[in-house]
Write a protein that binds this ligand. Sequence first.
Ligand code: HEM
Ligand SMILES: *[C@@H]1O[C@H](CO)[C@@H](O)[C@H](O)[C@H]1NC(C)=O
Ligand SMILES: *[C@@H]1O[C@H](CO)[C@@H](O)[C@H](O)[C@H]1NC(C)=O
Ligand SMILES: *[C@@H]1O[C@H](CO)[C@@H](O)[C@H](O)[C@H]1NC(C)=O
Ligand SMILES: *[C@@H]1O[C@H](CO)[C@@H](O)[C@H](O)[C@H]1NC(C)=O
Ligand SMILES: *[C@@H]1O[C@H](CO)[C@@H](O)[C@H](O)[C@H]1NC(C)=O
Ligand SMILES: *[C@@H]1O[C@H](CO)[C@@H](O)[C@H](O)[C@H]1NC(C)=O
Ligand SMILES: *[C@@H]1O[C@H](CO)[C@@H](O)[C@H](O)[C@H]1NC(C)=O
Ligand SMILES: *[C@@H]1O[C@H](CO)[C@@H](O)[C@H](O)[C@H]1NC(C)=O
Ligand SMILES: *[C@@H]1O[C@H](CO)[C@@H](O)[C@H](O)[C@H]1NC(C)=O
Ligand SMILES: CC(=O)N[C@H]1CO[C@H](CO)[C@@H](O)[C@@H]1O
Length: 355
Amino acid sequence: MKLQKIAVPVLVFLIVAAAAASILAMELELMEMESYPDPVSGMDYTFYNDACPQLESIVESRVASYLGANISQAAGLLRLFFHDCFVIGCDASILLVGNSSETTDIPNLTIRQAALDIISDIKVNVEAACPGTVSCADIVALAARDSVFQAGGPWFPMPTGRRDNPEFASSSVVLASLPRPTQNVTSLLPFFQNRSLNVIDLVALSGGHTIGLAHCSSLTRLFPTQDTTLSTSFSTALLSICPNASVNATVNNDRISPNFFDNTYFVDLVNNNGLFVSDQSLFNDTRTMHLVSMYAKSRQLFYSQFSVSMIKMGMLGVLVGTQGEIRLNCSVPNSNSSFSFPTNLTKGDGRIEIM
Ligand code: HEM
Ligand SMILES: *[C@@H]1O[C@H](CO)[C@@H](O)[C@H](O)[C@H]1NC(C)=O
Ligand SMILES: *[C@@H]1O[C@H](CO)[C@@H](O)[C@H](O)[C@H]1NC(C)=O
Ligand SMILES: *[C@@H]1O[C@H](CO)[C@@H](O)[C@H](O)[C@H]1NC(C)=O
Ligand SMILES: *[C@@H]1O[C@H](CO)[C@@H](O)[C@H](O)[C@H]1NC(C)=O
Ligand SMILES: *[C@@H]1O[C@H](CO)[C@@H](O)[C@H](O)[C@H]1NC(C)=O
Ligand SMILES: *[C@@H]1O[C@H](CO)[C@@H](O)[C@H](O)[C@H]1NC(C)=O
Ligand SMILES: *[C@@H]1O[C@H](CO)[C@@H](O)[C@H](O)[C@H]1NC(C)=O
Ligand SMILES: *[C@@H]1O[C@H](CO)[C@@H](O)[C@H](O)[C@H]1NC(C)=O
Ligand SMILES: *[C@@H]1O[C@H](CO)[C@@H](O)[C@H](O)[C@H]1NC(C)=O
Ligand SMILES: CC(=O)N[C@H]1CO[C@H](CO)[C@@H](O)[C@@H]1O
């Protein structure tokens, strides 16, 4: 009797507590989705607040001017950021012109010259307002963030404080750093996991292909041999523009809304209309398929995760503090460069190597 009298309230309490805990867990999960990653040491969400308060509005308005003339430029700026971050780190080494710099290496083949020109122009405007203060690497990151937003995608804060690398990446490092469109999830994953990006980041960041173009030479589901799972209607559409891999033409990455930063890239994948093997394999692998389905259904979930993953990617291998330099011209190292190697990177072959 007595035991029962105690046990019932205890049981009720436990049930209520368990329900409350699971609601709390759900709320925490949601809050986690909405909160942004902590900046790595040396970076901050408000890094230039005192030194260059106009920075974000200058970048935003210059990007708006170029995207207003041609919205397609958003894709060029987004891809520039991805390549910068994946090769050594987000250090603007991709902007250096010269022998075997990142922009003259094979995988860049299709980095748009226009994107490089836009960054140079933004830099001139930023230098006029805040001389010698803002790195080219931060301008690349902010321009990519603004491109996503101005193409209809999410806005998210972008930590800054990156410094510029005065050194080119060697061509072997560039080649080893960038995944190829022929790869499947199994071989793509190491490229992300080696950079503390996980399978969720792989899927969300691949959503960058919801805008932009690809050259015929990149159509790896068609050339050299056609993927037997490619639908006739899709291959016919592609072949009408790209009869072979050497034709100099482009097709849209997202078949549904090529210039709108939405979630229809994932709808393409569900419809087997992914352009590259690296795209379509995301819906062909048990580790990633459920994420593709989820983002195809919910634009908001994709936006939240893409924002978080972009911030994470934007902190890869950054130079901070007194490392590197604030380049004055984004295309060339400063004449007085005295490079100090960050402690978490090693010097090899005259170049920094990826850890
Ligand atoms: C997962 C591995 C990835 C592979 C294998 C890959 C590969 C490619 C290839 C082959 C192209 C076409 C280039 C051309 O032919 O012109 C392309 C374009 C593009 N990629 Fe990726 N990519 C990957 C990840 C990413 C990520 C993480 C982003 C950004 C978040 C991104 C953003 C873009 C954009 C925006 C374009 C269009 C560029 C333009 O229109 O100029 N890609 N990608
Ligand atoms: C915008 O740029 C893309 C890529 O260079 C090009 O194919 C397209 O024709 C341009 N559109 C306009 C309206 O200029
Ligand atoms: C580029 O390479 C050529 C030939 O190897 C060399 O003469 C030239 O100085 C190099 N230029 C730069 C900027 O490294
Ligand atoms: C993925 O690619 C790897 C290496 O190219 C290959 O060994 C493997 O069979 C592929 N997996 C699938 C599921 O296609
Ligand atoms: C990932 O890191 C391992 C260990 O350092 C290395 O052997 C491998 O080549 C790297 N893979 C990629 C794709 O970068
Ligand atoms: C590719 O197609 C174009 C246009 O039809 C043609 O001129 C060219 O010779 C073809 N190239 C190859 C390598 O088949
Ligand atoms: C491809 O075509 C574009 C314009 O349509 C041109 O600017 C570019 O030089 C061409 N590339 C090659 C490799 O022929
Ligand atoms: C999807 O998986 C099937 C079976 O493993 C394979 O034959 C096909 O090539 C894969 N397609 C892509 C695009 O990875
Ligand atoms: C930056 O340097 C490049 C290469 O020397 C040069 O062509 C360009 O005009 C310079 N840009 C500015 C704004 O001085
Ligand atoms: C290099 O030159 C820049 C611009 O003149 C200056 O801000 C910077 O302090 C100089 N760095 C060194 C190490 O002398
Ligand atoms: C934009 C850019 O620099 N593209 C270069 C990529 O690499 C090829 C091959 O080396 C060059 O011809 C392009 O000019």
